[in-house]
Design a protein around this ligand. Structure first.
Ligand code: ATP
Ligand code: MG
Length: 716
């Protein structure tokens, strides 16, 4: 009977359907790439709405990127039509916790208009904190402190709960104190850094039972995508909210856990059953995304990892084209070769939107960007160091922040003497000291100071007119569209003029970027929501329309899929990345391998892997060795191509691959790999089956015992 009523259920396989229909109680969907986990989540939302179990705003859905949230919104609308009563709370952990935090900001000592600091502001603020504490910044750089504080925040630790041993690691035991000072400063500035969005939101819920109750009651259904990459603070936040209704559905894949370096903890998957007793665990095994050879390649590669829960993956698709491995001379040839491939695909009628280049490190992007500009091939860069991080954009945003938020000291400092207006460091210091003494924002202090004799007449005049400008601009917020206002501010402040007079090569590009910024603002209802958006966009995409090749890091590619995927730079040191090997050894290597698995499984039909025998890393040319991951690919699934320039390394790769057989030893395989393969082949069952499936999962889980993580200290 159901089938007729709920057409969107039709396309699902029985397990997916079970995952969609198991609405009551905790559900964990643990499944490999491309098995429809995200599709299950989207359909679940549609099903909840269509069956009238909850209204849109009673649903909380967490995605890993803002882009994924947008897509999910569109898909839900496509399944059930436009949703009448508001939208679900659908977004990243950060976006959702920010929304909650703004509503109750005063309960954690903030105002609802609080600013969200970016890394740059954070570092600047930490420098001040270090200075105030008389700590030598050369010995104890602000950057390492920021790294440490982020790590604490990711674990849900506020200053009072930092374990003494860890606090000792910075500036002879002053780490936790500095952390506390920094938090105080943030409060005075009415600001939160990225880590605070979750930590403060968690504190809010924990310390205010009535607020907690409110949200526990409201969120009848909670859904989480990419669950394997939640960190402790996110996990605690989620668990707290889910304890109301217990209707929480998490989907994830332990093999795709790639944010360990940022505090993500795959053990959260294992804790699920302990924390949510009676949870339904559903496995999806059919991959709908990739052809047989691609899937086989991915499955065999990831089988080299030890710490796995074990999963079966199969596809009913044809084997398709074999993934191609190509050796090239250097990154320039790599870019040229990929450019040619893409042009050929284009001639065959393949859409550029269906093509992606996934790099291990963002520096690899430049070569492709340059090549594509030469070829006139449209592309977009997703994620990574991006548009909003460019200096001219940050300056422009600082002006806007000062207008929208007079208490934003960091923004005011940034543009205080930009463009140069004779307000030097000494003036700023004077102002800064006075503001600190009075515990008021800089701009407020400035307004007082221009009425006194403390500043020299010239500076006083300049500062007064700057403040008048800000007041005037501020008075126009309601009256003027924000794009026009921004343009006006940049003109009248002399900022645009500064770059017009600039003779350096980049000036023209900067002016174009500023234009682009103004243009992009028009898409928002008002200045406030634009600034909010800026603070949250982690995946800023190129706005321009039309199909484009996507360039992004492997980390940013999670959850996405493309007909054709290029994976350049498979060389030792770059991929696996030397840093992860140095810092985390075997665990680091496994995370790199999962990243490779994520990369491969983004491809639907065509996959190209590349290695260059020479690469310039940080300005130095180095001769490279093909990635060990290439060695781990199954010979029967991949095709080794002779490089265009036809030099010896092509033959070298050929011989390596020729020596490979399924899990047998080959003389080119290092001993430790052989031993590992041997062990794995003992465990392995039939095609693609690894580990012991459900049983292994249960056993690991049983061994784990009750939940114990540091974040718990705060939970008390
Ligand atoms: P990842 O682990 O990479 O995030 P996933 O498990 O979330 O993958 P989806 O992105 O939901 O997988 O699905 C992969 C592809 O398979 C999508 O194109 C989706 O539309 C398609 N798909 C999923 N289930 C089905 C189905 N039952 N019938 C047809 N296509 C399906
Ligand atoms: Mg997904």
């Amino acid at each position: 009977a159901r089938r007729g009523d709920f057409a969107y259920l039709d396309g699902l396989n029985p397990e997916q359907r079970r995952a969609v229909e198991a609405l009551e109680g905790p559900v964990l969907v643990l499944a490999g790439a491309g098995t429809g986990k995200t599709r299950v989540l989207t359909t679940r939302i549609a099903h909840i709405l269509a069956t009238g179990r909850a209204r849109a705003h009673e649903i909380l859905a967490v995605t890993f990127t803002n882009k994924a949230a947008r897509e999910m919104k569109e898909r839900v609308a496509a399944l059930v039509g436009p949703v009448a009563e508001g939208m679900p709370w659908l977004g990243t952990f950060h976006a959702i916790s920010t929304k909650i935090l703004r509503r109750h900001a005063e309960l954690v000592g903030l105002q609802s208009t609080f600013t969200i600091l970016d890394t740059d502001d954070q570092i600047r603020l930490l420098k001040q904190v270090l200075q105030a504490a008389n700590i030598d910044e050369k010995r104890w750089p602000a950057r390492s402190l920021s790294y440490q504080i982020d790590a604490w925040k990711n674990r849900g630790l506020d200053p009072a709960h930092v374990p003494p041993g860890e606090a000792a690691a910075f500036a002879n035991g002053r780490g936790a104190d500095l952390y506390a000072h920094y938090q105080e400063r943030l409060k005075t500035l009415n600001a939160a850094d990225f880590g605070d969005l979750l930590l403060e939101s968690l504190r809010l819920l924990r310390d205010n039972p009535d607020v907690l109750r409110l949200y526990q009651d409201r969120f009848r259904y909670m859904l989480v995508d990419e669950y394997q990459d939640t960190n402790s603070v996110q996990y605690l936040w989620l668990r707290l909210l889910a304890q109301g209704r217990h209707n929480v559905c998490c989907v994830g894949d332990d093999d795709q856990s790639i944010y360990g370096w940022r505090g993500a903890d795959v053990d959260n998957i294992l804790r699920f059953e302990t924390d949510f007793p009676g949870a339904t665990i559903i496995r999806l095994e059919r991959n709908y995304r990739s052809t047989g050879h691609i899937l086989g390649t991915a499955a065999r590669l990831i089988a080299h990892n030890d710490g796995r829960l074990g999963k079966t993956l199969f596809t009913d698709d044809a084997p398709g084209l074999k993934p191609a491995v190509t050796g090239v001379w250097d990154s320039e040839e790599e870019a040229r070769s990929i450019g040619e491939e893409i042009e050929q695909l284009q001639r065959q009628g393949e859409g550029l939107d269906e093509i992606a280049i996934l790099v291990r490190a963002s520096f690899q992007m430049r070569e492709f960007e340059e090549r594509f500009i030469t070829l006139g091939l449209p592309y977009r860069v997703i994620g990574g160091p991006r548009f909003y991080e460019r200096a001219e954009i940050r300056d422009a945003l600082a002006y806007l922040r000062c207008v929208a938020q007079p208490a934003d000291d960091l923004a005011f400092e940034r543009i205080f003497n930009v463009p140069k207006r004779g307000l030097g460091d000494a003036t700023l210091q004077l102002l800064y000291d006075a503001a600190r003494r009075e515990r008021i924002p800089l701009m407020q202090m400035a307004a007082i100071m221009v009425e006194t004799e403390e500043l020299k007449p010239k500076q006083r005049q300049t500062l007064r007119s700057l403040l008048e400008d800000f007041n005037r601009w501020r008075s126009l917020i309601e009256a003027k569209p924000q794009g026009e206002l921004a343009e006006m501010i940049l003109e009248e402040s002399g900022y645009t003029d500064m770059w017009q007079k600039d003779r350096t090569a980049e000036a023209a590009g900067r002016l174009e970027n500023l234009k682009e910024l103004v243009r992009s603002m028009e898409e928002f209802p008002d200045l406030g929501s634009f600034l909010e958006h800026i603070s949250l966009v982690m995946d800023a995409e190129n706005q321009a329309g039309g199909p484009r090749v996507s360039i992004m890091t492997l980390h940013a590619a999670k959850g996405l899929e493309f007909e054709t995927v290029f994976l350049p730079g498979w060389e030792e040191g770059l991929f696996p990345h030397q840093r992860s090997l140095d810092e985390s050894g075997r665990a680091g290597l496994e995370e790199e391998r999962r990243l490779a698995y994520v990369g491969i499984t983004r491809a639907k039909r065509r996959l190209h892997l590349y290695f260059a025998t020479n690469r310039r890393i940080h300005g130095l040319w180095q001769t490279t060795i093909p990635s060990r991951f290439l060695d781990e690919l199954p010979a029967e699934n991949v095709e080794v191509r002779e490089a265009a320039s036809g030099t010896a390394y092509g033959g070298y790769a050929q011989s390596r691959f020729a020596n490979m057989d399924s899990y047998g030893s080959s003389y080119s395989t290092p001993g430790w790999q052989r031993a590992q393969r041997h062990q794995e082949s003992k465990q392995r069952g039939s095609s693609g089956q690894t580990g012991g499936g459900q049983e292994a999962f249960k056993q690991k889980n049983a061994r784990r015992g009750p939940l114990q993580i540091e974040g718990e200290l705060v939970a008390k």
